[in-house]
Design a binder for this molecule. Structure first.
Ligand code: URP
Ligand code: ZN
Ligand code: ZN
Ligand code: ZN
Length: 503
């Protein structure tokens, strides 16, 4: 059997190892079919020379907002996934989103999948945001979601129009536990935040910077601890999304120490940017609106250091973009959040672009780009955070997230040495946004090639995005694995598993 493609001269990085140099990747029909030394070529085998560079699994960005009704100037499927491919991401998981008034999740998911159909440059899965977990939805539609391959839900503890009270969170957690689904939680205290926002507005403190004051760390710390407590009561796996606070991360670490299935996600903006950015330019404070996201960028270096520790020590399961942008300059010159010329931070859409810059920003902090003494994480940890953990947690095991026989040939081939050094600039991005929050940030490398199922879809040195719109396939996901915490051996109280008395 001849391979369609052999990738040679690369240094292959997996979640546990860097394979011996000389190891080649043989690809047949889009799938990795062999790893070995001096693989045999046939007459039609295409040889791709990685020239001594690292090869990592194609990125899985498990937190991407595309075509969201509540951000009409955000990226759609086409531009968002084009941007993903250009940055080394071969799978995105985006959000179908229930609005409060939607009585059924069925049309929510079906209509969302229709938007994606024929538009995507990369493979994609879908999570479902649940804002109103009625008895009908829990009793019949969660099982339907699972059958569709939508095996994870996201809930919000904050935002007036989306938040689910603790009681509803519990109902969802117990249902997800029963079905083997994963619950993602946006953890910020709604009551603290709404109380502060009211006070800030009353006092006329409404410029973008006050967004950071409106959502203090304690609001994230408290809600994260509460989310962990609810998960402990339900004994159900959770992932706390986009964590930004050192104290909240310590709550997670403590829970993991007790073998609770508590996962955490963080995003590049919390590790590369400080809240200073939200002050905007000297004569244009409103430009700080470009950096408004929730939780907000933090103030203290301690938070950044705490987050980097979590990246290195395994507390974080995933490194996601939370790509959730809105355009800064709107058609017609109307800036959202500027109401009759007066800045109103509470009206600025939350979220930043970042699907394209996610991989390179983290790769630049590994020993591939920095002296070992300065590297913030190992290359294997990079692979876990950007691909393999998300594959396991979200039910893509065996197909995505690893470089091994049987897996899809989704790969990133980096540049050797310093050839890949780049400065991030809006002009080089492939999203449909008018800014990048990382403007001017230098990264030690950039994906030279992104390969999706054996085909080059991004070629930095020859043509840019060369994959075709619509080649991305919908991924019907299965049951997630518990990446953190125990895999059995449930602790028992005085009466055994006491839940049996009330569930
Ligand atoms: O600021 C953010 N993160 N907005 C996007 C929606 C979300 O909460 O993930
Ligand atoms: Zn969120
Ligand atoms: Zn001002
Ligand atoms: Zn988000």
């Amino acid at each position: 059997m001849a391979f369609d493609t052999i990738l040679t001269n690369g240094l292959i990085v997996t979640a546990s190892d860097i394979l011996p140099s000389g190891t080649e990747i043989g690809i047949t029909a889009g799938v990795i079919t062999a790893l070995g030394l001096a693989l045999p070529h046939g007459p039609s085998t295409k040889i791709l020379d990685a020239r001594g560079a690292y090869i990592t699994p194609g990125g899985i960005d498990s937190h991407v907002h595309l075509a969201q009704k509540n951000s009409p100037t955000g990226d759609g499927w086409e531009s968002g996934t084009r941007s993903a491919a250009a940055g080394g991401t071969t799978t995105v998981i985006a959000f179908a989103s229930q609005e409060r008034g939607d009585e059924s999740l069925v049309p929510v998911v079906e209509e969302y999948l229709k938007l994606a159909d024929g538009q995507s440059y990369v493979d994609y899965g879908v999570h479902c945001i649940v804002t109103n977990p009625t008895a009908k939805i829990l009793d019949s539609e969660f099982a339907w979601l699972f059958e569709q391959g939508v095996t994870s839900v996201k809930l919000y503890m904050t935002y007036e129009h989306m938040r689910v009270p603790d009681r509803g969170v519990l109902e969802i957690l117990f249902k997800c536990r029963e079905l083997g689904m994963t619950t993602m939680i946006h953890a910020e205290s709604h009551d603290m935040i709404s109380f502060i926002i009211e006070g800030l507005e009353r006092k006329g403190n409404t410029e973008p910077y006050f967004h950071a004051l409106a959502r203090p760390r304690i609001a994230e710390d408290e809600a994260s601890y509460r989310a962990i407590s609810l998960a402990e009561l339900a004994d159900a796996p959770i992932l706390i999304v986009h964590m930004s606070s050192e104290v909240a991360v310590n709550h997670v670490r403590e829970a993991q120490g007790r073998l609770l299935p508590v996962h955490a996600e963080t995003c590049p903006h919390y590790l590369f940017l400080l809240s200073e950015e939200i002050k905007g330019k000297e004569h244009d404070h409103f430009s700080g609106a470009k950096h408004v996201c929730s939780p907000p960028l933090r103030h203290r270096m301690e938070d950044l250091e705490g987050l980097w520790r979590g990246v290195a020590n395994g507390t974080f399961t995933t490194w996601s973009s939370d790509h959730a942008p809105s355009k800064y300059d709107h058609p017609g010159g109307k800036k959202l959040g500027l109401v009759d010329g007066i800045p109103r931070f509470s009206k600025i859409p939350n979220g930043l672009p970042g699907v394209e810059t996610r991989m390179a920003l983290l790769f630049g902090q590994t020993e591939a780009c920095l002296p070992a003494s300065e590297a913030k994480l190992s290359l294997s940890r990079f692979v876990q955070l950007t691909a393999s953990n998300a594959a396991k947690l979200y039910g893509l095991s065996g197909r995505k997230g690893s470089i091994a026989p049987g897996f899809d040939a989704d790969l990133v081939v980096w540049y050797p040495g310093v050839e890949g050094k780049r400065v991030i600039e809006q002009g080089k991005m492939h999203h449909d946004m008018d800014y990048t929050p990382f403007e001017g940030v230098e990264v030690g490398n950039w994906p030279r090639w992104t390969m999706l199922r054996g085909e080059i879809v991004w070629s930095d040195d020859e043509g840019g995005v060369v994959g075709k719109k619509g080649i991305g396939e919908f991924l019907k996901r299965g049951r997630g694995e518990v990446v953190m915490g125990r895999t059995g051996n449930v602790p028992r109280g005085m009466l055994g598993d006491e839940r049996e008395y009330w569930r």
